[in-house]
Design a protein around this ligand. Structure first.
Ligand code: IVH
Length: 673
């Protein structure tokens, strides 16, 4: 326990410095030093200390990244120097012309030294650091005037609130805000689960997040930022783009000089090297963790850039060598509707199968009626499709001159396609919903969510078997699952003695769970995994959670009015409460939220997991974290052990190459016991 004001101050400073350092290692260097669990604990300690000592909260505390109140609107801000745009080139020939133009302008035949870097597909911002402190963040806007999104940018953990090293008195850094493909996929999954609208691609998700008036929402969005260009600088002369990248790194600002072992941003001597780099990056495109749509080729020397100047609104010294987007043309055969766990009706296009970027696409979500209207997609239309974020199929546009005369506008049905109940579209919302609590689609999807890995984790209860169970009326509610017998299961088609027993066993095992998982499993609208965890930490018991009120909920970290009112609504439903009671009576055992005082046999160890193991990887990770260790994705000389299951591949080879000890499952069990 920390006592006395000076003791508290000291600990606060320690915690803040530690958290800043961990943010830097994780987000900027991509080399985490501790696991999420340990990090969360440091953060929780800081939050608690600040809560008890509000007079000691400083504006630069890591907690303040998430604290700012919602804005009415964004203030405008004028860029000290306008943010220009880049001229585009679409072929090697055009890049060659660019190079020749420059040589002519400079009246020289000498090869030009270029600096080539990815063209990020996000949105541009300018960060302003005065005396090392982040004091402004402007969107590009029209290039002259942008919007001040400082409170939102502050929530991006890779953006330092303070610079490191020998920074100048004024430093403006321009760069791109984006979302990693994996973070985008996860966010969309969460949005879907929470019954919220999903984003079409990582760029839209990033743009939508940064233009949120409520910074608390932005704080929950996994945004990244990479710096690439200087604005106005006072007190420092930068010689070249390569020099600039080094400076950025020295100030603790994130860039993408490298990705894994591959140089993404590099000096290229002359046109041919630049074209070579372009071609390399093009090949790597799909493996990169973020979307790019080309390579920016810049004259490396800043004095030379100054000599070259600009034409209209683009610098003469740079070109964006764009990649051809990976698109294909196909025909819409049907616009079908799926009904989700929250009753949301989602229209999706069923198309003639077509290959795009190496995979065959047949379905693409159309999100909601407004999206269908905006693109005016109709059955029979020929459309251009692409994979958003290189993953999710998306209808880009309709080829209007190929539209059959008979094609009719799509209209959302007024009845649920699954249960025929009326649907509703509340005023001001985008999502049409089926409101029949007995809708088989809602029941099935709710049960699938309940049983899913991050919820109750009923391993053997797959989607097919759930559908069979509900169809045969064996199961209608969550608690029914805990009452069925092996004999019941054997009445279903294709069920043998062994599979039935395994299913019963896995349902049985799921009875032991945590409060967070349990609340998440209940599938309350807007209550995703993270929110469920916060609720569990706050209320500690299911009874306390059941007795909560709207005002109490608003005190819980991360919970705003929308989520609070959704929870209160659900808890006010007597059927829902009865169901929870039934679950408890059916023997659900909720363990208390864990304290960390237990044994830490893996303290300081970093364990990489590879191959197929008897337990899902997420669970092993949680276990490693709980025992004081951490688990990273790639093997290096700092790896303590590689835990290798069946069919382990390159990570195992790497371990052997580096002499990192390898454990099998039994070896791992010995280590932790
Ligand atoms: S340099 C004067 N570097 O491209 C050019 N821009 O068309 C200053 N962009 O709005 C920008 N990646 O959003 C630069 N590596 C990169 C970039 C990049 C993406 C975007 C940026 C800007 C647009 C300019």
């Amino acid at each position: 326990m920390t006592t006395g004001k000076s003791g508290v101050k000291k600990r606060l400073n320690e915690l803040r410095a530690l958290i800043r350092e961990h943010d830097y290692s994780y987000f900027v260097l991509d080399r985490p030093l501790i696991g999420d669990f340990e990090y969360d604990q440091l953060f929780a300690e800081l939050v608690a200390l600040e809560r008890d000592n509000p007079d000691l909260v400083t504006p630069d505390s890591p907690t303040q990244r998430i604290g700012a109140a919602p804005l009415e609107s964004f203030e405008k801000g004028t860029h000290r120097r306008p943010m220009m745009s880049l001229a585009n080139t679409y072929s090697v020939d055009e890049v060659r012309e660019f190079d020749e133009r420059l040589k002519k302008f400079l009246d020289s035949d000498k090869p030009i030294t270029y600096f080539c870097e990815p063209k990020f597909d996000g949105l541009a911002v300018e960060l302003i650091y005065e005396n090392g402190k982040l004091t402004g963040a402007l969107t590009r806007g029209d290039g002259v005037v942008g919007e001040n999104v400082l409170s939102n940018v502050k929530t991006i953990r890779s953006v330092p609130l303070f610079l490191k090293g020998d920074y100048p008195s004024l430093l403006e850094v321009r760069g791109e805000i984006l979302m990693l493909k994996k973070d985008f996929a996860r966010l969309n999954e969460q949005q879907q689960e929470a019954g919220e609208v999903t984003f079409a691609n990582p760029r839209n998700a990033a743009a939508g997040s940064i233009r949120q008036l409520d910074p608390r929402i932005t704080a929950r969005r996994p945004l990244r930022m990479y710096g690439y260009a200087p604005g106005v600088i006072e007190g420092l002369t930068v010689k070249s783009q390569a020099d600039w990248y080094e400076r950025l790194a020295s100030f603790g600002l994130p860039t993408v000089a490298t990705e894994g072992k591959k140089a993404l941003a590099k000096i290229c001597e002359g046109l041919d090297e630049a074209v070579g780099h372009y071609e390399n990056i093009l090949k790597l495109r799909h493996e990169l963790p973020f979307d790019i749509d080309g390579v920016v080729i810049k004259v490396n020397s800043y004095p030379l850039q100054d000599r070259l100047g600009a034409v209209a609104r683009s610098p003469r010294w740079a070109t964006a060598a764009k990649f051809a987007p990976e698109q294909a043309t196909t025909v819409i055969e049907e616009i079908a509707i799926s009904v989700g766990r929250t009753g949301a009706l989602t229209p999706y296009a069923v198309m003639t199968p077509v290959r795009v970027g190496g995979v065959t696409i047949t379905n693409a979500t159309l999100h909601n009626q407004f999206e269908v209207d905006r693109k005016d997609v109709r059955v029979g239309d020929t459309v251009i499709v692409q994979r958003a974020g290189d993953v999710i199929p998306e209808v880009v546009e309709v080829v209007l001159n190929k539209r059959p005369p008979s094609a009719k506008k799509f209209k959302m049905p007024s009845k649920c396609p699954v249960c025929d109940h009326e649907v509703v579209l509340p005023e001001g919302e985008a999502v049409t919903r089926c409101v029949n609590v007995f809708c088989p689609a809602i029941i099935n999807e709710s049960l699938k969510h309940f049983a899913s890995r991050r919820a109750m984790n009923i391993e053997k209860l797959g989607d097919k078997i759930i559908e069979q169970m509900t169809e045969h009326k064996l199961v209608q509610t969550f608690s029914d699952l805990y009452r069925i017998t092996k004999k019941d299961i054997l009445t279903l088609p294709r069920q043998g003695d062994l599979s039935a027993q395994n299913l019963i066993d896995s349902i049985d095992t799921s009875r032991n769970t945590s409060l967070g998982r349990f609340i998440y499993a209940l599938g309350v609208r807007f209550v995703g995994e993270q929110t469920a965890k916060s609720l569990a930490t706050h209320f500690k018991t299911i009874d306390a959670f059941l007795e909560t009120s709207e005002s109490q909920l608003l005190e819980v970290e991360d919970i705003g009015p929308k989520v609070a009112s959704s929870i209160v609504d659900r808890l006010g439903d007597s059927g829902f409460r009865k169901e929870i009671k039934k679950l408890i009576e059916a023997g659900i055992e909720i363990e208390k939220p864990k304290k960390t005082s237990g044994k830490q046999p893996l303290k300081g160890m970093n364990i990489v997991i590879t191959g197929t193991l008897p337990v899902p990887r997420d669970e092993i990770k949680d276990q490693i974290l709980a025992l004081g260790g951490k688990s990273s994705g790639s093997v290096s000389k700092n790896t303590s052990y590689v835990l290798a299951g069946d069919e382990a591949g390159s990570k195992l080879d790497k371990a052997q190459e580096l002499g990192v000890p390898v454990l099998d499952w039994d070896g791992f069990q010995k280590l932790i016991n």
